[in-house]
Design a protein around this ligand. Structure first.
Ligand SMILES: Nc1ncnc2c1ncn2[C@@H]1O[C@H](COP(=O)(O)OP(=O)(O)OP(=O)(O)O)[C@@H](O)[C@H]1O
Ligand SMILES: [Mg+2]
Length: 567
């Protein structure tokens, strides 16, 4: 029921304020009050102008009290009072005009993006802390009056039910009977800081899930039941903020904020519990990843950094994140090179190459985000299940050569093909990762005092010598990887690059067919053509390698052989 004020009363008020304001349009009217979009003629800016029309009504004192309460707060996430006054029998106040929409309106388009909710949480919790320090408990924060400005910042606009106004409230006390108010406020209590913690928790829960939290004392549905991509740590924080008993919630807004900021992205399973030294690093990483990614678990680590499974909170999908070791990124030259190589690698688009999504650096850490490959790398595969069958090795070779052809065609040499960078999806599809990054991070040379040594077993002789690499370097490494797949160990072993180099240059390869009678001699010949120590003795291109492979594997006779001799 929307009563409107008597026309003459409203007309009188507008007239009384005409010298200071231009009234652009009316936004809302009730029996005693009016809200206008207006223009301040003195300060020359748009304002929200609220009028209170009836001096003798109890609503007048309430209006003035809310104005005072708003004026006591000076925080970007609370609506500002610009001016207030009483002219003739009218009272008014002006606030900043907020371009934007209410949370309730935004929710018509569906739950909010997770990073947006995280930043909303920060805005609101810091506003709460500001209010609580001034003994103001807001008590009622609901999506219809919680504004989101055009930059997405949350702004509390309604303080009518704050503790400071309670003595003056007139008719609208039932307004606190909403699931967004803490149970003790719903029951008519003055509330405490933890009551506002509840209110914020309720709004965040709603923004994330689209559901109001159970207000009737029923059990709270965990947010992740409603939206699986909600970070585990955020769920934990919300569940605590929404406890029925104020004493079970966060004591202060800052406590909730800290918990949210420090822990967002915590590990799911305690089983993945990081070691003590790691805890510091992961915490730092989580902070650097901010609202964009939730860290889920460590997948492995190598010479240059660590790889994590993570969730992209903006796109709500799982990704892999490779974070470079901080010692590497201290060198700005390395970071620069890394960015350039990542840009090149990001141009690759091939079903057998792990795609790069993004590269970012923050808080002294540098990482890139890539497609997550579920499955295992070739080294793990061989370790767990033994050497690959001939058919599986041929598939791996065919797919890898197709990937290399694509990359070499774009001028990119991998430089670090090895079993750890050769990922195998559950359906057997090969995915090559870390294209070009070895150059950026290690430089051209293996070993040496300044560089991380990497894995020399799969490097070509020219790499170990620090000479120029070209596409044929990758063909050598792939050949060595194929040997590894079939033998379960690299063709040349040794602890130092020098020791390996010495064996490579003799071109004395282990006899595949001796250890694996099921390997066709023709296939062995094809592989030997890849791992020749002199680049000129190898296939000139990935294409030529693939042709040679196809000649051996394409024939009917070969397929029949494979059928007759399963590994
Ligand atoms: N996109 C990905 N999806 C899933 N797992 C991955 C992905 N990228 C890498 N991994 C896993 O993470 C592990 C660690 O990778 P990382 O690149 O840090 O080390 P590495 O490959 O052993 O050595 P290097 O640092 O020389 O590349 C890999 O062995 C692989 O199993
Ligand atoms: Mg790798």
């Amino acid at each position: 029921m929307h009563d409107t004020p008597p026309v003459d009363l409203l007309g009188g008020a507008l007239k009384a304020l005409r010298g200071s304001f231009r009234f652009d349009h009316v936004v809302a009217l009730s029996r005693e009050r009016a809200l206008y979009h207006a223009y301040d003629l003195v300060l020359k800016r748009p304002v929200a102008l609220r009028l209170h029309l009836i001096p003798e009504s109890p609503g007048r004192a309430w209006f003035l009290r809310e104005t005072e309460t708003l004026a006591a707060l000076d925080h970007p996430a609370v609506r500002h009072v610009y001016a207030a006054g009483e002219v003739e029998s009218y009272a008014y106040r002006t606030n900043n005009w907020i371009d934007g929409e209410s949370l309730a309106d935004a929710m018509h388009r569906g739950p909010r993006p997770i990073p947006a909710v995280m930043s909303l949480a920060r805005d609101l919790l810091s506003a709460l802390e500001h209010a609580h320090a001034r003994n103001i408990i807001i008590r009622r924060i609901v999506p219809t009056t919680l504004m989101l400005d055009v930059s997405g910042r949350g702004v509390v606009t309604d303080l009518r039910h704050a503790n400071t106004c309670m003595a003056f409230e007139t008719t609208e006390a039932t307004q606190t009977a909403t699931p967004f108010c803490a149970p003790e406020v719903r029951a008519g209590g003055v509330g405490e800081p933890a009551s506002d913690v509840y209110a914020i928790g309720a709004n965040l829960y709603y923004a994330l899930t689209g559901q109001e939290p159970a207000g009737d004392g029923g059990a709270l549905v965990p947010p992740r039941k409603l939206r699986a991509a909600v970070p585990a740590a955020v769920e934990r924080v919300l569940v605590r903020a929404l406890r029925a008993q104020p004493g079970d919630r966060y004591f202060t807004a800052t406590e909730m904020l800290e918990d949210l900021v420090v822990d967002a992205g915590a590990f799911h399973e305690p089983a993945a519990e990081p070691q003590l030294v790691d805890a510091g690093f992961e915490r730092r990483l989580r902070r650097a990843l901010g609202d964009d990614y939730e860290l889920l678990e460590e997948l492995g680590s190598g010479g240059f950094g660590r790889v994590y499974r993570a969730r992209d909170l903006g796109l709500e999908r799982e990704v892999a994140i490779k974070v470079l070791h901080p010692a590497l990124t201290a060198d700005l030259g390395v970071v620069e090179r890394f960015r350039r190589e990542a840009q090149l690698a990001a141009r690759l688009s091939h079903p057998n190459i792990v795609g790069i999504y993004d590269i970012q650096g923050r808080a002294g850490l540098q990482w890139y985000v890539m497609e997550l490959v579920l499955g295992e790398n070739l080294a793990q595969r061989v370790q767990r299940h033994g050497a690959l069958s001939v058919a599986a090795t041929e598939r791996l070779l065919t797919e890898a050569l197709s990937a290399l052809e694509h990359a070499h065609g774009k001028g990119l040499v991998h430089r670090d093909l090895k079993p750890e960078n050769t990922l195998i999806e559950p359906d057997g599809r090969l995915r090559i990762t870390d294209f070009g990054l070895a150059l950026a991070l290690r430089g051209e040379r293996f070993g040496g005092a300044t560089s991380r040594s990497g894995t020399p077993q799969f490097a070509a002789p020219e790499q170990l010598l620090g000479e120029r690499v070209d596409p044929r370097t990758d063909l050598y490494s792939l050949g060595a990887v194929a040997y590894f797949a079939l033998l379960g160990r690299p063709p040349f072993d040794g602890i130092s690059p020098e020791a390996i180099l010495a064996q490579q240059t003799t071109d004395k390869l282990p006899r595949l067919t001796e250890q694996r009678p099921d390997v066709p001699r023709e296939l062995e010949e094809v592989l030997r053509g890849a791992v020749a120590s002199a680049p000129d003795d190898r296939y000139p291109t990935a294409h030529a390698f693939r042709d040679a492979l196809e000649r051996v594997t394409g024939g009917l006779w070969h397929k029949l052989l494979l059928l007759l001799r399963p590994a």
